[in-house]
Design a protein around this ligand. Structure first.
Ligand SMILES: O=P(O)(O)O[C@@H]1C[C@H](O)[C@@H](CO)O1
Ligand SMILES: O=c1cc[nH]c(=O)[nH]1
Length: 316
């Protein structure tokens, strides 16, 4: 444990699983600079700032993550006239981070590399802050396969572009393969929240995580396209037959990294279009805004249910 600077509290008052980076070097560092958050163990009292965090919600868009914080403040009864929710990462424009009660909301940008960097620093932040029993949920957007636009998909398995439940990364020039395990019980709990709300279709399905929005997702409308419409259609139909119901760009790295470090993790994404019917995201702006709010409402309901069931957030 990096024990320098302002971090003096013991690991007490917790029942369960602490966040634990798998890298042993982190424990021996005198100072840990979380560069892309503009936070550090020697300049910030991370246990005081973040020690009560139980839920971390992440998504690509900074404004979505700010809106989610304001929404959660109202839902948790923590909002009051004049309340402000400052961006904790104000010293950088890489990511934004907001906190209300036990809920942390962080943006990750587009795609695996941006999300991976954010997750390295987020997991270390939660470790330095001595957080325990933390649930991480991605509240995102995606392209649906065979679903009515606006449907919400709760991910059963995050799979790669060849439909395998793995996340591959080059480490020291070698290909390293990580599992993309997601918590089945958490996914079922989230499905129940969709059923409680009954506001929009909610399905459990596999999510394909790609490293590109255009050719990587079989689109015909990018600047490059090296295949025919028939090839595209066959690929998406094969994906559907493999249980894939949506495509996005972050689920596999989230599953791999959070799963390895003792975090419960789930992915909840709304579908903006049905990819069997087209490639362009061309619904009116206000429709897309309302779609983006759906995962937020579902996850907000989930957090309230968990907190109500726990009575005391420390019992989570
Ligand atoms: O959380 P967001 O809405 O950013 O997720 C999806 C996947 C990519 O990041 C992006 C592509 O438009 O949207
Ligand atoms: O089609 C889509 C829509 C949103 N996000 C994606 O990654 N793909």
């Amino acid at each position: 444990m990096a024990s320098s600077g302002l971090q003096t509290k013991k690991r007490d008052n917790h029942n369960g699983h602490f966040v634990q980076p798998t890298n042993p070097n982190v424990a021996t560092m005198q100072e840990d600079v979380l560069y892309h958050f503009h936070l550090s163990t020697s300049t910030h009292d991370l246990p005081a700032m973040f020690g009560d965090v139980k839920f971390v919600c992440v998504g690509g868009s900074p404004t979505r993550m700010e809106a989610f914080t304001k929404y959660m403040a109202k839902e948790l009864g923590l909002d009051h006239p004049g309340a402000e929710y400052p961006n904790i990462c104000v010293g950088t424009d890489r990511y934004v981070m907001f906190k209300v009660g036990p809920v942390l909301s962080v943006s990750h940008g587009i795609g695996i590399p941006s999300t991976s960097v954010m997750l390295h620093e987020l997991i270390k932040l939660l470790y330095h802050a001595r957080c325990s029993d933390v649930t991480v949920i991605r509240i995102g957007t995606s392209g649906g396969i065979g679903l009515e636009p606006g449907s919400v998909v709760i991910t059963r398995q995050a799979v790669d572009a060849s439909f395998k439940p793995v996340f591959e990364q080059m480490v020291l020039g070698k290909r390293v393969v990580h599992r993309t395990h997601l918590d089945e019980r958490l996914a079922q709990e989230l499905m129940q929240c969709g059923a409680d709300l009954r506001e929009f279709p909610t399905v459990l399905g596999n999510t394909m995580c790609t490293s590109d929005f255009y050719e990587g997702q079989g689109r015909l409308d990018g600047a490059l396209c090296s295949y025919s419409e028939k090839d595209k259609q066959e690929y998406l139909e094969a994906a559907h037959a493999a249980g894939i119901r949506n495509i996005e760009m972050e689920s596999s790295v989230l599953a791999a990294m959070c799963g390895a470090c003792g975090l419960q993790v789930a992915v909840v994404c709304v579908t903006l279009l049905n990819r069997l019917e087209g490639d362009q995201v061309n619904s009116p702006h206000e429709v897309l805004v309302e779609y983006q709010e759906r995962p937020q409402r579902l996850v907000g309901h989930f957090i309230k249910k968990r907190l109500a069931a726990a009575g005391n957030p420390r019992d989570l």
